[in-house]
Design a protein around this ligand. Structure first.
Ligand SMILES: C[S@@+](CC[C@H](N)C(=O)[O-])C[C@H]1O[C@@H](n2cnc3c(N)ncnc32)[C@H](O)[C@@H]1O
Length: 144
């Protein structure tokens, strides 16, 4: 797993200080990971901006509560299997992703069947990416 080949494309700013603190902590722990923040607007305009931000050489991973949940170890193993593939993890705004974007994704990832605010979804994803890296490196951060 190479985090410098991963990007997070997220709609909306992180406004809550206590979430921002966590986001910054995990970004420091994941050097090379890029976050692209898109302006929030209508869901359709956000979808256009997401499509424009996605690169043709990256696999989009749509974050959605109705997606497939994975425990941390299988998540890490899936990232490892994807090897050098470029990944773009996409987090919707307050109104979520359009059905078209959700349906077009080859990987629909759920963090839980519960719905989180987009800011928390970003923090949870960052923590799981850091945990995945720790699992693959055999670091004691992950205690099953
Ligand atoms: C407030 S949620 C939007 C909820 C909206 N009802 C929907 O159907 O997408 C904002 C964004 O956070 C992400 N998100 C929230 N909860 C999630 C979960 N349990 N698993 C994965 N992503 C989640 C999704 O990308 C979602 O578009």
């Amino acid at each position: 797993m190479n985090v410098s080949r991963c990007r997070i494309i997220a709609v909306g700013k992180v406004r809550k200080g206590w979430v921002q603190e966590g986001v910054e902590l995990y970004l420091k722990r994941l050097p090379g990971l890029t976050v692209v923040e898109l302006k929030d607007s209508s869901r359709e305009k956000e979808a256009e901006a997401i499509r424009a931000a996605l690169r043709s050489d990256e696999l989009p991973v749509m974050l959605m509560e109705q997606g497939t949940p994975l425990a941390s170890i299988p998540f890490a193993q899936r990232l490892e299997r994807l090897g050098n593939e470029r990944l773009a993890f996409v987090i919707g705004g307050a109104d979520g992703l359009t059905d078209e974007l959700k349906a077009a994704a080859r990987w629909q990832l759920s963090l839980s069947p519960m719905t989180f605010p987009h800011e928390l979804a970003r923090l949870l994803l960052l923590e799981q990416l850091f945990r995945a890296q720790a699992i693959l490196q055999g670091s004691p951060y992950h205690r099953a």
